[in-house]
Design a protein around this ligand. Structure first.
Ligand code: ATP
Length: 367
């Protein structure tokens, strides 16, 4: 596209999940911001001063159709949970808009067996998995595939309980040892530019009704057909006992290291989350990994106690992503933070020779 002045680099994302945090962080780092929204979200996202532009599409799943329109601009897409929820893995990978992160990791994450292998190879403890109901020798949680936010999960006491309540389930599911402990979700950021890992923040989820059962004395629960459910209602901030912090850090490092063996091109980088349960013996059991920014980080738009240790300014995970993109631009290493499917137009590359003029904001010459 011919131009006399470099355009500002734009950070774009779908208007849901952690978009507000991502776009606020992008604005704070001097980027132009674009929210791609559905009609019912347009007024909400437009109401924020840090959202420079909104683009309306009928449904989030229509995003790939918007790509040709974005192709003439200096857009960098920051993905979050809604990208995976609304776009198939294939569509997701076929997109060529410059994309923060490594899409190859999605294959490891999306396949439960590959994910388990990844986490076990990293030396992390995982709940035992049962393939046959007859093997169940302890309480298990029956987890339905594709059940977002724990909906429809069943707590099953033993093999008999399984055959009465779960055997007729039509959906695919896995059976996992039930770990009693505190669910702690640890939010990390790994910089491919510096090779440094940071703990950004942590949360615990509040789930209905399992987190409320303790409000009814167990004697009064007797004879009442009460089943725990695991529907996520919200997130609460948590700070970890400091004596557990080193292990949390090592777990993050191990996951990044093994991801490089499994995806030799580059492995996992950017934001990710380890979803753990911590037992009374202070052991971490891994439930899952999310290889991108998670919604629990929304608690920390203004930074967390952990991010404050690394930055003397509010540093959300969203802003940390924008900071990484900015650092990559300023050191002429943009490709290091983008997926390899990212198609960088020629004018884009030309501007990279003087990237400072294409961002405004603190520490960078204004456009
Ligand atoms: P999301 O995709 O939003 O992370 P999900 O559908 O993947 O949610 P999980 O994170 O796997 O669901 O689990 C939801 C909840 O179920 C957890 O927060 C936890 O309370 C409970 N849970 C999951 N696995 C176990 C386990 N092995 N032992 C005890 N509780 C568990």
């Amino acid at each position: 596209m011919p131009k006399t002045q470099p355009q500002l680099f734009t950070i774009a994302t779908l208007g849901s999940h952690s978009a507000l945090q991502i776009l606020k962080g992008a604005k704070d780092e001097g980027f132009h911001t674009l929210a791609v929204v559905t009609p019912q979200n347009e007024r909400l996202y437009s109401s924020f001063a840090f959202v420079d532009e909104v683009e309306v599409i009928p449904e989030y799943s229509h995003f790939p159709k918007l790509e040709p329109k974005l192709a003439g601009r200096k857009i960098i897409l920051v993905p979050h949970g809604s990208f995976v929820a609304y776009l198939s893995l294939r569509e997701h990978k076929a997109m060529t808009t410059p994309y923060f992160g490594n899409k190859a990791v999605l294959d490891l994450e999306a396949d439960r067996m590959k994910q388990r292998d990844w986490l076990l190879r990293a030396g992390l403890k995982m709940p035992r998995q049962f393939t046959q109901a007859s093997d169940i020798d302890r309480p298990v949680i029956v987890k339905l595939y594709g059940a977002l936010g724990g909906k429809g999960y069943l707590f099953v006491k033993n093999a008999d309980d399984f055959s009465t309540r779960a055997a007729k389930l039509k959906q695919q599911y896995i059976m996992q040892e039930y770990i009693i402990g505190v669910p702690v979700y640890i939010h990390y950021f790994y910089s491919p530019l510096t090779g440094k890992l940071e703990i950004m923040s942590m949360d615990r989820r509040y789930e209905s009704n399992v987190d409320s059962l303790g409000r009814i004395p167990s004697a009064d629960q007797e004879g009442w057909d009460l089943q725990p459910s695991y529907v996520v209602i919200g997130n609460q901030p948590i700070s970890l006992r400091e004596s557990l912090l080193a292990e949390a850090f090592h777990m993050g490092e191990a996951v990044v290291r093994v991801s490089r063996e499994l995806c030799p091109e580059r492995g996992l980088f950017g934001a990710f989350c380890l979803e753990t349960i911590v037992t009374p013996e202070a052991e971490f059991f891994l439930m899952e990994i999310s290889a991108r920014i998670v919604a629990g980080t929304n608690l920390f738009i203004d930074g967390s106690p952990y991010s404050y240790l690394n930055y003397d300014e509010p540093m959300s995970t969203g802003r940390r992503i924008a900071r990484e993109i900015k650092n990559a631009l300023l050191s002429n290493s943009l490709e290091m933070v983008l997926d390899q499917s990212s198609k960088l137009p020629e004018f884009y590359l030309a501007d990279l020779e003087s990237p400072g003029v294409a961002i405004s904001g603190p520490g960078v010459p204004a456009n």
